[in-house]
Design a protein around this ligand. Structure first.
Ligand SMILES: *[C@@H]1O[C@H](CO)[C@@H](O)[C@H](O)[C@H]1NC(C)=O
Length: 156
């Protein structure tokens, strides 16, 4: 096959891959707020078609965090805050028990765990920008992970 036939096709592929990355999922940008009892490996909040993630009222999102534990712990408890204008406001979630969110407890030091939970966005939430702070704490209330992502609550 001659280059005259092959090259335009190749160029189209390259242009599609490098200039139109919208269809290629990119890893979510997050800030690791530090942890003593573990290390966050990957974080995914979906769907999040653009960043900051638009969280549409009435929709439910999936949070998936993979971490390695440095400790043995019988329990894992999620603590979630919305940081609004610098003030951390408790954000209740329906299932704060990490042991019921994909983690088989007890947690063993050195092992990798995947925490998966749902984040429902109630229709009465105000349409504001905030930073979600999500901690998962061990039996001594020390963080197994802690992460921050900016979001905005959006109307349907
Ligand atoms: C969570 O993320 C991990 C690592 O990316 C992946 O292997 C796993 O399939 C995901 N689980 C769910 C329920 O999305």
């Amino acid at each position: 096959m001659s280059c005259a036939i092959m090259c335009p096709g190749l160029l189209t592929v390259l242009l599609t891959v490098f200039l139109l990355p919208s269809s290629v999922p990119e890893p979510l940008k997050y800030k690791d707020c530090g942890s003593q009892s573990g290390k966050l490996v990957t974080l995914d909040v979906s769907p999040c078609p653009e960043e900051p993630c638009p969280l549409v009222r009435g929709s439910t999102y999936t949070v998936n965090a993979t971490f390695v534990s440095n400790v043995n712990s019988k329990s894992a408890s999620a603590v979630v805050h919305g940081i609004i204008a610098g003030i951390a406001v408790p954000f209740p979630i329906s299932e704060p028990d990490g042991c019921k969110s994909g983690i088989s407890c007890p947690i063993n030091s050195g092992q990798t765990y995947t925490y998966v939970t749902k984040l429902p966005i109630k229709s009465e939430y105000p349409c504001i920008k905030l930073v979600v702070k999500w901690q998962l704490q061990d039996e001594n209330n020390k963080d197994l992970f802690c992460w921050l992502i900016p979001v905005h609550i959006a109307a349907v």
